[in-house]
Design a binder for this molecule. Sequence first.
Ligand code: NAD
Length: 485
Amino acid sequence: MTMNTTTENLYGKNFIAGEWTSAARTVPNINPSDVTDIVGEFASADHGEVEQAIAAARQAFPTWALCPAQKRADILFKTAQLLTSNAGRIGTLLSREQGRPRPEAEGEVVRAAQIFAFFAGEVVRATGEIFPSTRPGAEVLVSREPIGVVAAITPWNVPIAIPAWKIAPALAYGNCMVLKPAELVPASALELVRILQEAGLPAGVLNLVMGSGSTIGPQLLDSPDIDAVSFTGSIATGKKIAAAAVAGGKKVQAEMGGKSGLVVLNDANLDIAIDCAIDGAFFWTGQRCTASSRLIVARGIYDEFVDRMIARMKTLRIDHAQKEGTEIGPVVDERQLAQNQRYIEIAKADGGEVIGGQRLQRDTQGFYMEPALILNTSNGMRINQEEVFGPVTSVLKVADYEEALMVANDTRFGLSSGICTDSLHHSTHFRRHSLAGTVAVNLTTTGSEYHVPFGGRKSSSYGAREQGRYAMDFYTAIKTSYVRA
Ligand code: NAD
């Protein structure tokens, strides 16, 4: 198979044991920028297909676990190269099926490439330790081994980089996999798997089953041949998955939702604060787990902050994701759009004042809406305690830094947080006392980099961190060996 050619001949298929196999059932995938554009018909795997995928991974595991590190590194590095050279084409497809503006979609493919390149290096860097023994004439070795077959269950909002940040470390450390991507973004997952195949991944090491989470998910969790589950998605699903995994004795990590607070103090550089707030709350249509969905603003700067937010919101170009110059694409689908509108109504009913938030008409029929800025709410209201997952954010007025910190932490979520201030004292204090897994100072709450750990606290996360070399903690099992020297 040569790259840069169409993948449409693979649509409707799962990837099992190194073969693209036609699924018994397919479902259409619709472009949210233009509902008349059907991206394609994609597989919806049945029970038997999922069983075959698990069996293929189990069968491939002993060989892949012992595969020389150089070969694993070469395959991951080649994957990075192929993703880079195909970033334009795959980015366009991602943009078409998910609604992210094309340049950002291409950026996500490049990020996936960087993740594979990073883990190509990690393959040969994985280390153990040698300890002195407390017993005479012995020594103790601590080494890491693959855990076995990992199921990866991924969300629709980051269709290629999230699968990449699960697949790359899993394969680097010698595990086999079954990937179940979100129903809304099958094409991106298919492209990624096809590239891994092109890069020379042996049959069965990575298997792709597409379709419904509520049927495939429980099957993966019930299978005795799945050793671990890496999940990213909503809290509701993550809780079920974590409970089922623990009951079945599987290792599990779950990265879930957020309600991130961005604090803006009186001494903040307002240009930076507005940039952080607009990007963090509205770019990617607000469909980021780390979105700044609560803007916590000190009283002295509140009025100016709100005026400048409203002025900036008027300039945002919301349109078809593949159109040149679009800054914000459509909402991903009708269901999510309805959820966004429902939360706006809830905020209004609770006394909130809503600026923007209307549905928009564009040249094509898609799921367009204006970003919404919600004023006059308190932190205890539903709009500030539940994840909306759209371009909807509240501005909460606070008296001072102390109240801002308290409000930022007053949530069951703990994924990310941020502060805009020129005060070293307040930024340092916030960094230390924020109950979030990621803290941003004078930067958007949404930024993350591939070489350092990513994950949350409280209800936002369960289990080991993802990304960077910390990923090793999930994807390896530790063995302690006592040796008579
Ligand atoms: P979701 O929970 O609806 O679905 C996620 C995945 O789980 C999908 O593949 C889905 O098919 C599958 N699934 C659904 N029901 C299942 C079940 N019963 N058993 C097993 N799998 C099942 O989430 P979504 O709507 O795709 O994604 C949006 C959510 O993801 C938001 O809450 C967002 O905050 C979160 N998210 C978190 C992170 C993070 O790293 N913390 C990153 C991106 C998105």
